[in-house]
Design a protein around this ligand. Structure first.
Ligand SMILES: C[S@@+](CC[C@H](N)C(=O)[O-])C[C@H]1O[C@@H](n2cnc3c(N)ncnc32)[C@H](O)[C@@H]1O
Length: 291
């Protein structure tokens, strides 16, 4: 099949087939899904509707839009979320740009575990999300616990702007306070019923081995210094004084970091230290409690 820039009339199905093969040949694992999402975006429709429009010819201007998206995906390895400008997380839609980490499905493990600890849905819980990025965790919790007062922090002012826009879009802007600063700096002297964080935890030394898509996400969202612990360690050591008595902390980690984090929590005096596992059984977080 010739490339979709040729003058022939292309149908939806032909474009999908060509693009899927093209993406696969570039080593993109989710080739068919990516092709469908990008074509739906170029045609201003949704992905499932493509299935009833397989034989429909694609107009030249739609194809030009699609070609540009395909090139940025295949050649520049821009993540699909950034090409679409959005990503679903916890069944909510979040605006996503290169200023924030694209929310990942594994982070839903943390939201689920947090909600299990916020048993009374009507209580006015005081919640803190450190390193909120797009606001994925903080805003999902705000939606699920309508009386909660949520604080969301980040060292990146650009990220906080996106998180604020998402809070307004999700109608929780009046219950979420956004503060700029590192770790506990912006909440000095304050205590919370639950503190959650998905901090940057990749080791800088692993940079060369990571998928090329990560180059489009902010360094400060991904890398926790040379060994990956530059943010995790002070977070683990300092969290206890910001928890109310009985308050919970939940932190996302790389599977290999669970043991170190659990030890630091215990050394700091936290109790009920527990590993959180994803659906595949991998350790994805560590939770603990102030007695
Ligand atoms: C892995 S991303 C998580 C984003 C979002 N919470 C999520 O789960 O999708 C880490 C976030 O922490 C922020 N960050 C990095 N270092 C920080 C620090 N020392 N204090 C506060 N936030 C930090 C980054 O800017 C980034 O937005």
């Amino acid at each position: 099949m010739s490339a979709p820039s040729s003058p022939k009339v292309w149908t939806v199905l032909e474009l999908l087939k060509w693009t899927t093969e093209h993406f696969a040949s570039k080593g993109i694992d989710t080739a068919r899904l990516d092709a469908e999402l990008l074509l739906a975006h170029a045609l201003e429709t949704d992905r499932l509707k493509l299935y009833v429009e397989f034989e429909k010819p694609v107009l030249e201007d739609e194809r030009a839009r699609f070609r540009d998206l395909v090139k940025r995906r295949a050649t520049d390895r821009v993540p699909v979320s950034q090409l679409l400008g959005e990503r679903e997380f916890w069944s909510l839609l979040f605006k996503v740009t290169s200023d924030v980490l694209t929310p990942r499905p594994e982070t839903e493990t943390l939201v689920e575990a947090a909600l299990a600890r916020l048993a009374d849905p009507e209580r006015a819980w005081r919640l803190l999300d450190i390193g909120t990025g797009s606001g994925a965790i903080a805003l999902s919790l705000a939606r699920e616990r309508p009386q909660a007062a949520v604080t969301a922090t980040d060292i990146s002012s650009a990220a906080l702007q996106i998180a604020r826009a998402n809070a307004d879009e999700l109608h929780v802007g009046d219950r979420v306070r956004f503060l700029e600063g590192s770790l506990f700096e912006p909440v000095e002297g304050e205590q919370f019923d639950l503190i959650v964080s998905n901090p940057p935890y990749l080791a800088g030394s692993a940079r060369q081995t990571l998928p090329p898509e990560l180059a489009h996400e902010p360094d400060e969202a991904l890398f926790g210094g040379p060994d990956g612990y530059e943010v995790l360690r002070p977070l683990a050591v300092g969290v206890i004084e910001h928890l109310t008595s009985g308050g919970h902390v939940l932190v996302e980690i790389d599977p290999g970091q669970a043991r170190s984090l659990a030890e630091w929590f215990a050394e700091a005096g936290l109790v009920e230290v527990e590993t959180l596992r994803d659906l595949a059984g991998r350790p994805r977080g560590v939770a603990a409690r102030r007695s």
